[in-house]
Design a protein around this ligand. Structure first.
Ligand SMILES: Nc1nc2c(ncn2[C@@H]2O[C@H](COP(=O)(O)OP(=O)(O)OP(=O)(O)O)[C@@H](O)[C@H]2O)c(=O)[nH]1
Ligand SMILES: [Mg+2]
Length: 463
């Protein structure tokens, strides 16, 4: 990749950071990268040379005072993480030793690295493309095995390969259009049809990946699941049963839960944030009203909604309110549950046809009791729901930035398609160029240094 802007040329200044988290641990790592890295390591260790990629057990000095004993490694350029000379000092854990070594490095001419600056250098040095740096950021923050698997595929270059292959296909279309621009009127319909077919094929491939990625966003960030229902229906009881401890207060007083309560659970290797909400009903109580507003906000940010109805009571106005609320969220996965199945059934099951009519019955409703093993049945269904969201072997995009780029690709394809139908090859080329730029942005943006600073600023120090 050519870096056109001078501010994004690989900076030779020497940066240093503590790469391990602050706290008590066996070892801490101080990392250096840049033109002085090797010299600083020699001064720290009082050695005259360090063998590349070799673990040296050394005393670490602040001038003539030994401050720690550590393993020192030297990775000469260009075969290092940043493509520059990199030295790593693996010192004793805790905060004192690493901080003292960092101070000495600063005295010897290094400067503190910004967040993500090591990875930014790896990118600018051509060692990683942008998709791979996103994968690294994701792996550091990921909270589930499933997320790790997806990100590792990106790190190995699968997304980069996808971009490269489809970029080639778009370039072929562009080349054909460019050659024929001057003879637009004479281009045979057969060729136009071929181009339309190729474009449609590309569009469907991008669309599949976009939709699969949107559906599986939760694999990386975790899923949010809200439990809603009228007061007293058993929401908090279900939360407690899912968590297997008494997290929320349960009582037969309506309006017991007034604020949302959030807890996390691992289901099928994914993090699921469960939100128990305040029961929805008309209330003059100011605090209860705030709670109900928070319930509605929780629904907005949920991937899955568990809607509870009391099987031991008749369907009433309060249930109707829940039904109306659900009908504004049909884009989410809604799981209907009839609670208190240990009590005699009063809820009119024929009411369910009303749910069906509003497209709210995505699967057969569960009929459970939290007094017995109801939570287990809910977990089983949730496993399936999560499987459909996270399963599948297709490539997926994991960051908002990648998704926005792919959305721009799709927008440009639609525009290109429209003008191709009119035989406007000049405009077609223009939109295909936009499309290629948007696609390339996923791996090799024609940056904007500010964009890069923004992207790498989300990393941790020392990475
Ligand atoms: N018999 C029976 N009672 C249940 C069951 N689940 C909950 N209850 C009872 O129903 C009452 C209300 O339960 P909660 O879990 O507090 O209900 P909630 O929906 O959180 O209520 P609010 O917080 O007021 O909105 C309590 O007395 C529970 O013991 C069940 O499966 N069977
Ligand atoms: Mg409650």
């Amino acid at each position: 990749m050519k870096n056109t802007s001078s501010s994004t040329i690989l900076d030779a200044s020497t940066i240093v950071a503590i790469a391990t988290p602050v706290g008590v641990g066996a070892i801490s790592i101080v990392r250096l990268s840049g033109e002085l890295a090797y010299n600083i390591a020699l001064k720290l260790t009082h050695r005259t040379s360090l063998k590349p990629r070799y673990a040296h057990l050394c005393q670490i000095y602040d001038e003539h005072t030994a401050i720690d004993e550590a393993i020192v490694l030297f990775f000469p350029k260009p075969h290092s993480y940043t493509t520059q000379d990199v030295c790593e000092v693996q010192c004793h854990g805790g905060i004192v030793s690493a901080r003292s070594i960092l101070e000495v490095c600063l005295k010897l001419g290094a400067r503190l690295a910004n967040a993500g600056e090591f990875t930014k250098r790896a990118f600018l040095g051509g060692r990683l493309d942008l998709a791979q740096t996103h994968a690294i950021a994701g792996i550091i923050q990921s909270q589930s095995l499933e997320a790790n698997k997806i990100l590792m595929r990106q790190l190995k270059g699968e997304l980069s390969e996808f971009v490269q292959t489809n970029r080639e296909k778009l370039l072929t279309l562009l080349a054909f259009s460019e050659v024929n621009i001057d003879y637009s009127e004479e281009v045979e319909q057969d060729y136009i049809t071929q181009m339309q077919d190729s474009l449609r094929e590309l569009e469907s491939c991008f669309k599949d990946i976009y939709e699969a990625s949107m559906m599986r966003l939760g694999v990386i960030d975790g899923y949010t699941l809200s439990i809603v229902g009228k007061p007293n229906v058993g929401k908090s009881s279900l939360l407690n049963a899912l968590l297997m401890y008494e997290r929320a207060i349960v009582s037969d007083v309506e309006g017991t839960t007034r604020d949302t309560i959030e807890e996390s659970l691992q289901i099928n290797g994914s993090i699921v944030r469960i939100v128990d909400t305040a029961g929805i009903r008309q209330s003059a109580d100011k605090i209860e009203q705030i709670g109900i507003t928070k319930t509605k906000q929780a629904l907005d940010r949920s991937d899955v909604i568990i809607a509870l109805f009391d099987s031991s009571r008749a369907f009433d106005e309060k249930d109707k309110e829940i039904l109306d609320l659900l009908s504004t969220h049909t884009d989410k996965h809604i799981l209907l549950i009839l609670t208190k199945s240990d009590l005699p059934l009063v809820f009119e099951r024929e009411r369910l046809s009303e749910f069906q009519a509003q497209n709210l019955l995505q699967e057969t409703p569960l009929y459970i009791s939290t007094e017995s093993s109801g939570a287990r049945a809910v977990i089983e269904v949730l496993k399936n729901v999560i499987d459909t969201h996270s399963g599948g072997d297709c490539l997926i995009l994991t960051s908002q930035y990648q998704l926005e780029s792919l959305k721009n690709v799709l927008d440009s394809i639609t525009k290109a398609y429209d003008v191709l139908n009119l035989g406007e090859l000049e405009l077609f080329s223009y939109h295909i160029r936009d499309c290629i730029t948007a696609l390339s942005n996923i791996t090799h943006p024609y940056e904007d240094s500010q964009l890069l600073d923004k992207l790498f600023g989300t990393f941790c120090l020392g990475k």
